[in-house]
Design a protein around this ligand. Structure first.
Ligand SMILES: [Zn+2]
Length: 243
């Protein structure tokens, strides 16, 4: 893993720079987010390889932070499926998805997300529509790699689109079901070293979902989401390594 390129951190103790601000503790969230991003970048760019043990204390030393935000970041990463917690052994980098893992994930997404889109359509308001439009605009303007730093905004905008649609169902169980899918980082892991290869297709598909939502046609919205997920599956399978 690489240290943050932010040179100021070498001069200041993190407690001074990140831990306190005018005598107050800077939001622990900020620190945890920073550590999460650093670890995620190392995972996505392959600097931390599958099977590698991720030491909490070692990572904390390397990033010059306390173990607490590292623990929090690893718990979050476990939720995405990027690391696994092994009893008494701490965390290890999870294997890259197999074709079967992809197939399972896409099957689950296909079961959940078209329903989300259909329900979101019936519960949409102008504010929510504007939020969704913003995600498509962000996808169009985001850099596409090849390093994680250069495609993380793209990934974030892609995830935000799907997550907003889940939230717009106004159904806590559907929101939870979407969250259990772990976002899309495992799929994006495939783009390590090459960057986003299917941006034009994905943007057009998001636009179709958006058009159906703004047109107020729930069936069409569900169908457009199903088509998007099927095409993502086809593209991911084409990219996935043969076993
Ligand atoms: Zn998408």
């Amino acid at each position: 893993m690489q240290k943050a390129s932010n040179g100021t951190r070498a001069r200041n103790r993190p407690e001074d720079q990140l831990g306190r601000k005018e005598g107050r503790t800077v939001s622990r969230q900020v620190l945890a987010d920073h550590v999460y991003e650093e670890l995620l970048a190392s995972l996505m760019d392959g600097r931390l390889e599958p099977g590698t043990a991720v030491s909490i204390d070692g990572t904390a030393r390397e990033l010059d932070v306390s173990p607490t935000p590292v623990r929090e970041a690893l718990a979050r990463l476990e939720h995405t499926g990027m690391v696994r917690r092994v009893a008494l052994k701490g965390y290890r980098v999870a294997p890259v998805f197999t074709r079967e893992d992809f197939a399972d994930l896409m099957e689950a997404r296909l079961a959940i997300e078209p329903v989300n889109a259909r329900l979101a359509c019936t519960r949409l308001n102008p504010h929510r529509l504007a939020e969704l439009e913003q995600t498509v605009a962000d996808l169009k303007s985001a850099p596409r790699g090849p390093s994680f730093a250069e495609y993380k905004d793209y990934l974030e905008a892609d995830e935000r689109f799907h997550q907003l649609i889940a939230q717009q169902t106004d159904n806590q169980f559907l929101v939870g079901a979407y969250a259990a899918l772990g976002g899309q980082v495992q799929r994006f892991r495939l783009f390590g070293g090459v960057g986003i290869t299917d941006a034009e297709n994905a943007i057009a598909e998001h636009q179709s979902v958006l058009d159906a939502l703004s047109g107020g046609d729930p069936e069409k919205a569900g169908a457009a989401m199903a088509a998007h997920i099927q095409k993502v599956r086809e593209r991911a399978m084409a990219d996935a390594p043969e076993e």
